[in-house]
Design a binder for this molecule. Structure first.
Ligand SMILES: Nc1ncnc2c1ncn2[C@@H]1O[C@H](COP(=O)(O)OP(=O)(O)O)[C@@H](O)[C@H]1O
Ligand SMILES: [Mg+2]
Length: 573
């Protein structure tokens, strides 16, 4: 099951089989070249021992083999890295694509930080597994095969003696790798605690300064920082100890070979040159054994990362896009029947058994206490969220029967949180269609009472906003996102609490602009002011996920419900 996760990487690696195949072949060639050096060395030594001082041939051959090996190995390393980075590229693109097809339910359950870890660090682990892991693996396999091949060729009796110490070395390497990994994880953990506490502190710096909590956070930060130093030193101790012991273990092999090999030379059964070459082969098979532990660590990490990655890649589209309905013109008639919506893990439905019909061109004000389900209702219309029961139609056609892109173009939603992308203001306002001319953008900004703000900026629509850009006030951001919605001229406009951060005068101005720009088009807006709501054709009141009132201001204000009390309080009754 777990190994299966890594097997799933194979098709992704197979796409880059050319580079991988080349590097596997090249590594094999390099290993053979490397193995030929001790043989030629043996030849040279034996000539010298026989008082034959002409060693030009072997020396030139060695030089040639070393140079050629260098070229072959570096090209092989480049090839495998290229394959690995391409695999990572494909995986990241697939992940991005999959994430884009998730909806509110998914993003309600996963944090941005979690997704970033998967996109950056998990894919990074897999990339290293493909490149460095492959290199380790081929070295282990090839070096063992070639090294033992040469040893058995030179002196089979001696070669058998190299086997007994190997398992000890391998077991030790695994043990060392495990302790080093545990130490490294402890260091990582304490380091991320340091980062987390620093982030938390500076993210909330205003609050904590205002509350004079500096000594408390300083102590907390000090704890994390101290724990990190402890873990780091511990890791350094373990690493140096483990790496220092390894050569001593490897020396045991050398001692055995020296003892028995020496007697073979004495008996004349082995030439001195061959003994020297033999040592080189012993080193060749022991060396990669030492990295076996690192390889096992990489594979284990790779499994975890692969599991976390494929978990997302295996997700179906949260919102299925199978509709094919076409219409020359969308009128903007909405009908919701027996509609219930429930968030995953929520104890009760956010909306229950809702019946609502909105006529084409109608302006509907959506009202109700916080948590009543207003945002949920608006999110259901462009299918950011799927209802768990019931039916919604646009112009009499079920939402699922419309192609998703058509539906979302027809229903322009301006969400409650006024988000601006790190880009120029113009690109933000005309986000759906980047090539709109400036006058068109400014006209829409005018309808959202945002034009003056834009024109007062020294660089106007070219001003950079969002992260590291100009900081707009809450009200300005709202009007910016309102412009972004208005500019689309969509058959249905859905405004989720877009006037909350502007003053009543500006709000009235926005409403004038809105009514003018959207004459004859369906508009639903969420508001908390009855003065705003009364300009709508009808008012819908949601309470606790249920529609409790629907009608004109005059009708509702004279009742005894939530709206009547609100109107009374706000002096519009
Ligand atoms: N992503 C979510 N996951 C779980 N519950 C949610 C989520 N979003 C909203 N809710 C819950 O659904 C209910 C309706 O929320 P919402 O539609 O945002 O209300 P409103 O916009 O009227 O303030 C609330 O009880 C809220 O806690
Ligand atoms: Mg809301």
């Amino acid at each position: 099951m777990e190994a299966g996760r890594l097997r799933r990487l194979l098709p992704w690696a197979f796409r880059h089989r050319g580079w991988i195949g080349y590097s596997l072949l090249a590594f094999a060639g390099a290993r053979l070249l490397e193995a030929s050096v001790p043989l030629m060395m043996a030849e040279a030594i034996d000539r010298l021992a026989a008082k034959n001082f002409d060693v030009t041939g072997p020396v030139l051959a060695i030089a040639g083999a070393v140079l050629l090996r260098m070229v072959v190995v570096s090209s092989a390393r480049i090839a495998i890295r290229r394959a690995a980075v391409n695999v990572a590229f494909d995986l990241r693109r697939a992940l991005f694509d999959r994430l884009q097809r998730q909806g509110l339910t998914f993003f309600g359950q996963h944090t941005v930080g979690d997704m970033m870890t998967r996109a950056v660090s998990d894919i990074g682990v897999l990339r290293r597994l493909v490149s460095v892991g492959t290199i380790f693996l081929v070295i282990l396999v090839y070096a063992t095969a070639v090294g033992f091949g040469a040893m058995f060729y030179l002196a089979p009796d001696l070669a058998w003696l190299v086997f007994p110490p190997l398992p000890f070395i391998a077991v030790y390497a695994l043990f060392a790798a495990r302790s080093m990994r545990a130490a490294s994880e402890a260091t990582q953990e304490t380091l991320s605690m340091v980062t987390e506490r620093a982030q938390e502190t500076f993210g909330g710096i205003r609050t904590l300064q205002a509350m004079a909590r500096e000594p408390f956070v300083e102590a907390r930060f000090g704890d994390a920082n101290g724990a990190y130093i402890q873990a780091f030193l511990n890791q350094a101790r373990i690493n140096s100890l483990m790496t220092a012991i390894m050569p001593s273990l490897a020396a045991i092999g050398t001692l055995i070979v020296l003892g028995y090999g020496g007697s073979l030379v004495q008996q004349g059964a082995l030439s001195p040159g061959s003994l020297v070459a033999f040592f080189a082969y012993v080193a060749m098979v022991i060396q990669p054994m030492r990295s076996a532990g690192t390889l096992v660590n990489m594979v284990q990490r790779g499994r975890v990362s692969a599991q976390r990655l494929f978990e997302i890649l295996d997700l179906p589209d949260e919102i299925a896009d199978t509709g094919t309905h076409r219409a020359p013109k969308i009128e903007g008639a909405l009908h919701l029947s027996a509609m219930t919506a429930r968030y995953a893990r929520a104890p009760r439905p956010a909306l229950q058994d809702l019946e609502l019909t909105v006529a084409p061109g109608e302006v509907l004000a959506l009202m109700g206490p916080v948590g009543a389900g207003k945002s949920t209702l608006l999110a259901l219309l462009p299918r950011l969220l799927e209802p768990s029961a019931g039916n919604i139609t646009l112009d009499g056609v079920a939402l699922a029967d419309w192609p998703l892109a058509t539906l979302r173009q027809a229903l322009a939603l301006v969400p409650q949180d006024a988000f601006l992308f790190a880009d120029e203001l113009g690109a933000n306002l005309s986000y759906d269609q980047p090539d709109r001319p400036a006058p068109t953008i400014l006209q829409a900004a005018g309808a959202a009472a945002f034009r003056q703000t834009v024109e007062r900026l020294p660089r106007g629509l070219d001003t950079r906003v969002g992260e590291r850009g100009l900081t707009l006030s809450g009200g300005q951001r709202q009007r910016a996102t309102l412009t972004r919605g208005l500019i689309r001229g969509a058959p249905v406009l859905l405004l989720d609490d877009c006037f909350a951060a502007v003053d009543t005068h500006t709000e009235a101005q926005i409403l004038d602009g809105l009514f003018e720009a959207r004459h004859g088009k369906t508009t639903i807006f969420v508001t908390h002011r009855s003065a705003t709501a009364q300009r709508a054709d009808r008012i819908a009141v949601l309470e606790d996920g249920a529609l409790t009132a629907l009608g004109t201001h005059a009708a509702l204000a004279h009742g005894s419900g939530w709206y009547a009390r609100l109107a009374e309080r706000q002096g519009t009754a």
